[in-house]
Design a protein around this ligand. Structure first.
Ligand code: KG4
Ligand code: ZN
Length: 341
């Protein structure tokens, strides 16, 4: 049995959680910097780092209190070591290493995307390997064949913007707050797909995706409709629906193609965009038609959180280390990860 405290600081969420290898998730605390960055329409890295510093210790204290534990009972400290913002990653890494060093306990550096990939294990229904993963977040849109945990083959990636980034950038054009994905989804509920925006690379033979053209299409359309200031609510709702339909259609078609090509019968969908209910609805039709089982993280654990890092820490517990000469890797590639030992 192992008790792991997980720390996530790769971007704009400070997340801390405690996972017990026998009992599961004991406590999960989070501070989102959305309000801080909203003023600037996107994440400001320096502000993110400064905010992580002020939040992280109180969050660790709150998490221990919720789990009714003291810090000396923690067996190892897992932290996100990449990919992400350099300064933000360094806050989590230095706090994890500092506390672990002071207690003589080990640390476990975790790959942020492996955290997302494993996050469906935090749900009641859990996938077994091999599975195909559709990992869709603010920074990534990837289709990954997971032969076993730690053995990842990226089958398809975005050539430019990630799916979440496409939501965020088009939301900004509609003057919606950052991050825009959930606002587009909310507005789309009352809209119709009247604009039929392009579905980039929908029919290409590869599993690559491209979302940057969508921005241009939306910008041109908004100009034609009289500019962002002159859009009435009906138009805004319809635009949001058309954006959501375009992005989710591409994700679903590429997932369909990847399932066909690999013959894999388990699908994992994770990352912030996996909270999108239109995407979930379309994927559930796809998996039903193809005899595939789909697995998602709980809705509140789709976006960045400490729980997925603590869970990954439990899974990689045998790789814990007691050297504290830590480093972070803002561009860590998933394919560079070794198997779980
Ligand atoms: O996984 P995540 O928290 O951060 C990264 O690792 O990038 O994902 C954040 C992304 C943002 O782009 C946000 O707009 C998107 O997830 N997102 C959504 C929804 N909720 C969050 N996109 C579409 N629909 C949603 N309901
Ligand atoms: Zn993430």
């Amino acid at each position: 049995m192992a008790l792991i405290l997980g720390i996530e600081t790769s971007c704009d969420e400070t997340g801390v959680a405690i996972f017990d290898s026998n009992k599961g998730l004991l406590a999960n605390t989070l501070h989102s910097q959305i309000e801080l960055h909203n003023l600037y329409g996107g994440v400001v890295p320096e502000l993110a780092s400064r905010d992580h510093i002020t939040r992280i210790i109180p969050l660790i204290e709150e998490c221990l209190k919720l789990a009714k534990l003291t810090i000396d009972t923690i067996d190892a400290f897992a932290y996100t070591a990449g990919p992400g913002l350099n300064g933000a990653l360094l806050i989590g890494a230095s706090v994890a290493n500092g506390i672990a060093y002071s207690l003589g306990k080990p640390v476990i550096p975790i790959h942020h995307l492996e955290g997302h990939l494993l996050s469906p294990l935090l749900s009641n229904e859990q996938p077994s390997t091999p599975f195909l993963a559709l990992l869709v977040s603010g920074g990534h849109s990837q289709l990954i064949a997971v032969e076993e945990i730690g053995k990842y083959t990226v089958l398809g990636d975005t050539l430019d913007d990630a799916a979440g980034e496409a939501f965020d950038k088009t939301a900004k054009m509609l003057e919606l707050p950052y991050p825009g994905g959930k606002h587009i989804a909310q507005m789309a509920k009352n809209g119709e797909d009247v604009y039929h925006l392009p579905r980039p690379m929908l029919n290409s033979k590869t599993l690559e995706m491209s979302f940057s053209g969508l921005k241009t299409a939306v910008a041109v359309l908004i100009q034609k409709l009289g500019g962002a200031n002159n859009l009435d609510n009906t138009i805004k709702h319809n635009l949001a629906k058309s954006i959501e339909e375009s992005i989710t259609d591409v994700l679903v078609r590429k997932t369909h193609d990847a399932l066909q090509q690999t013959g894999i019968k388990n699908l994992v969908v994770s990352g912030g965009v996996s909270a999108n209910l239109t995407l979930r609805k379309k994927l559930s039709r796809l998996v039903q038609e193809n005899g595939v089982m789909a697995y998602y993280p709980p809705l509140d654990l789709c976006t960045d959180n400490g729980a997925m890092i603590a869970l990954a820490g439990v899974i990689r517990y045998n790789q814990r280390i007691t050297q504290y000469d830590f480093n972070v890797n803002p561009r860590w590639k998933l394919s560079k990860l070794g198997p779980v030992v």
